[in-house]
Design a protein around this ligand. Structure first.
Ligand SMILES: Nc1nc2c(c(=O)[nH]1)N(C=O)[C@@H](CNc1ccc(C(=O)N[C@@H](CCC(=O)O)C(=O)O)cc1)CN2
Ligand SMILES: Nc1nc2c(ncn2[C@@H]2O[C@H](COP(=O)(O)OP(=O)(O)OP(=O)(O)O)[C@@H](O)[C@H]2O)c(=O)[nH]1
Ligand SMILES: [Mg+2]
Length: 458
């Protein structure tokens, strides 16, 4: 396809050793060559080679930067277009000067995600692979990164293509039946269609079964630490992240706002949320914090309820147990190094089926057990798919559900002995819905919206 030449800074902003300005498009080489001075003209060098030299502003003849320039000829590049990457010194001023030079010689500044969008539009990758690229950048744990990498490699695309092929074959069968009714008795066709459709439905169900964990892998399990003031919530946060991120003091009401940290607990990504201790309070700042704590509770996938075992249970503790009714939770009886005053039997009763762990965060006791319980909660429920192909993207989940419904409708129609070409309509719809996952027949505005969520220079 014919596109203009784009450029962007492809490394994070800030000071670093090296920064890269990436250029892609027909004019990439001639643009870079206009201000590059080295041993050879960039037009004469082999593809996939890197060259030392200087950038010189042709107007002022002032040297701008000392650089290394990579030259990559189409089509074996990230975008399938000619690509030039200028590796310059990683200072804000330097890299922006280089970008300005590139832009003033005929390149246009790239939109967020535009390099990856070109890889898609030029047919190097499909839409689910492009979405995988973004997940790769955002991955917060090894596991999430592996899953994203598989998607970039086309694992999901291959699966979706196979399912579509299977549906297509049933449709082809139906066509034969319509065109040459004498070839294949309608009942035989329907029988085959039913069998194939059921197979596809089963595989879609398998994919959907990985979705819950996929979403958690991507976004982290929203884990709220709650409890009365001063019971050790912030201490728990610090123990789990193995760092002193949250302020811990012996003053009740220390944590005023909600504090978030990502942590990897035995492969389970947690989005840990430390909250303000929940109590009736007149302090205006603390009051807002307490309201936010209640809000966090509403959105939590998992609750860690901390109780001070060196004090008797209070009405506030009992109220907290009520507040977590119906939620996944682990109860932590903290401060076991002090004189024990809590009624452990009553806590067990209030916790119902939920795990209760005793801990002394001050002495670093109980954390191992808690980590074990969390990873068990996460992996026990289901399917830890061996090949790590999780579905985690809301768009994919929606489309899989739609395709499943279309197949259900086809199967229901087949049961009711409606004409076979009516059944075909439902199967074709399922085929189209699966196609949207890999980017077939998707609307331009959806494409634009998906890529605009990428970061600049990607
Ligand atoms: N300097 C630099 N590093 C980078 C990237 C980049 O664009 N520039 N990437 C950007 O994300 C990633 C690497 N991704 C890439 C993916 C495909 C191709 C590519 O040229 N593919 C061709 C040819 C493959 C081959 O030679 O075998 C193709 O698939 O046709 C290049 C980079 C990570 N590191
Ligand atoms: N003895 C003892 N003290 C602890 C233990 N865990 C935490 N503490 C102390 O309890 C006090 C409160 O701890 P924090 O972690 O700040 O408690 P919090 O629940 O976050 O308190 P707020 O933010 O005020 O709601 C601090 O002085 C901690 O050092 C423990 O296991 N044993
Ligand atoms: Mg705190």
């Amino acid at each position: 396809m014919d596109f203009d030449t784009i450029a962007a800074i492809s490394t994070p902003t800030g000071e670093g050793a090296i920064a890269i300005v990436r250029i892609s498009g027909d004019k990439a080489l001639s643009i870079a060559d206009a201000f590059y001075k080295g041993k050879h003209s960039l037009k004469d060098v082999d593809t996939h080679t890197i060259h030392y030299g200087h950038l010189v502003d042709p107007q002022t003849e002032e040297p701008v930067e000392e650089v290394m320039v990579s030259v990559l000829h189409a089509p074996k590049t990230f975008t399938k277009e000619d690509v030039v990457e200028i590796n310059c010194h990683g200072g804000l001023v330097s890299v922006n000067k280089v970008l300005d030079l590139v832009l003033s010689h005929g390149a246009r500044i790239a939109e967020p995600g535009e390099f990856t969008k070109r890889a898609f539009l030029n047919g190097r990758i499909d839409l689910s692979q492009a979405e995988g690229v973004m997940d790769l950048i955002r991955a917060k744990t090894d596991r999430a990164m592996n899953a994203a990498l598989k998607q970039v490699d086309g694992r999901l695309s291959d699966k979706v293509r196979r399912l579509r092929q299977k549906l297509l074959e049933t449709v082809a069968n139906v066509e034969v039946n319509i065109d040459y009714p004498e070839y294949d008795a309608e009942s035989v066709t329907l029988e085959r269609l039913r069998a194939h459709a059921k197979e596809v439905r089963a595989e879609i169900n398998e994919l959907l079964a990985t979705a819950k964990q996929g979403k958690i892998l991507r976004e982290g399990l929203a884990t709220a630490i709650i409890g009365r003031p001063n019971v050790g919530k912030s201490s728990l946060m610090n123990s789990l992240v193995h760092e002193n991120k949250a302020i811990v003091t012996d003053v009740p009401g220390t944590t005023r706002d909600v504090l978030e940290e990502y942590v990897n607990v035995r492969g389970v990504p947690l989005r840990l949320i430390d909250t303000a201790g929940i109590r009736e309070t007149e302090d205006i700042v603390e009051k807002i914090g307490v309201e936010r704590s209640h809000q966090v509770l509403k959105e939590a996938d998992l609750v860690l309820l901390v109780i001070n075992s060196a004090e008797r249970l209070t009405d506030e503790d009992e109220a907290l147990f009520q507040a977590i009714e119906g939620l996944n939770a682990v109860v932590i009886l903290n401060k076991t190094d002090l004189d024990q005053k809590v009624d452990a039997g009553r806590v067990k009763e209030l916790a119902q089926e939920r795990p209760v762990i005793t801990a002394s965060l001050l002495k670093d006791e109980g954390i191992e057990e808690l980590e074990q319980v969390i990873s068990k909660l996460f992996f026990e429920e289901g399917v830890e798919t061996a090949d790590l192909s999780y579905i985690s993207n809301a768009r994919h989940i929606g489309l899989l559900n739609q395709a499943k419904q279309s197949i259900d409708e086809a199967l229901a129609a087949a049961e009711m002995a409606v004409p076979v070409d009516m059944v075909q309509i439902d199967i074709t719809r399922a085929w189209e819905q699966l196609g949207e996952i890999v980017g077939e027949n998707v609307h331009d505005s959806l494409i634009d919206q998906l890529f605009s969520q990428f970061c600049l220079g990607k």
